[in-house]
Design a protein around this ligand. Structure first.
Ligand code: PGA
Length: 266
């Protein structure tokens, strides 16, 4: 039996004071939810504060990204040891917004500017292995943009992203990973992927893991769906056999909504 995992990705939101208020409210609401792994991923600047706030609760801490070197002359980067030092247990990598693949691209994000969000399958693999090396559980995001879905490339894109992510990863390590299937067109758009289709693509992720790392790893791997998950669609998505949790953006910023999604997973 895979334990459900609900993770909140706060993205670029919140001062330290706002993070403190949000986590205090959330803590009270999910106090009795013991059958679900609950993870919050605040901005780096609020990690330490939120870590102190969750010490006496079952809420766990994750980072929104991780760099693949341990230390050195890499201005602006944050390493695995630094995340551990802040109390993190999880690290997200390969989020579409870090791959420069946006559901609703803002018009001023030109090709030149998009390079700052430069992740690709190679760097996602390096980040995933850095997380494993440091004992952090990876939450590795994969998913297609609208044009890829409309041209029938969804399955191939997701297979390629999972295959790239798992390069050089052992079967035992693969079993510990959390994948998040996030169709890019569903992120922050309010357009949720139909539960049957989300489950089908999560099944493709599981089959890809099976092909690369064997059945035991594939059965252990937890796969989240992400993209406009809200309290009113969570139960339908989370009731599907291949969906083991949710990666929640917008709705994780409202404690009552996030808590309702956690309850739906129980
Ligand atoms: P959303 O974001 O829930 O706001 O659509 C999901 C994500 O990007 O992880």
């Amino acid at each position: 039996m895979r334990k459900p995992i609900i993770a909140g990705n706060w993205k670029l939101n919140g001062t330290i004071a706002e993070a403190q208020a949000l986590i205090a409210e959330l803590k009270a609401l999910v106090r009795d939810s013991n059958n679900v792994d609950i993870v919050v991923c605040p901005p780096f600047t609020a990690l330490s504060t939120v870590a102190s706030a969750v010490t006496s609760s079952s809420i766990q801490l994750g980072a929104q990204d991780i760099f693949f070197r341990q230390k050195g002359a890499y201005t602006g980067q944050i390493s695995g040891p630094m995340l551990l030092d802040c109390g993190c247990k999880y690290a997200i990598m390969g989020h579409s917004e870090r791959r420069g693949r946006f559901g609703v691209p803002e018009p001023d994000l030109t090709e030149e500017i998009l390079q700052v969000f430069g992740d690709n399958d190679k760097t996602v693999n390096l980040k995933l292995r850095a997380a494993l090396f440091n004992g952090l559980t990876p939450i590795c995001c994969v998913g297609e943009v609208l044009a890829e879905r409309e041209s029938g490339k969804t399955d191939a894109i997701v297979q390629a992203q999972v295959t790239g992510a798992l390069d050089g990863v052992s079967a035992d390590e693969a079993a510990t990973i959390v994948f998040a299937y996030e169709p890019v067109w569903a992120i922050g758009t309010g357009k949720v992927c139909a539960a049957d289709e989300a489950d089908r693509v999560c099944g493709i992720i599981r089959a890809t893991v099976a092909g690369l790392a064997g059945d035991t790893a594939a059965q252990a791997v937890r796969i989240q769906y992400g993209g406009s998950v809200k309290p009113d669609n969570a139960a339908d998505l989370l009731g599907r056999p291949n969906i083991d949790g949710a990666l929640v953006g917008g709705a994780s910023l409202k404690a009552s909504d996030f808590a309702a999604i956690v309850k739906a997973a129980e």
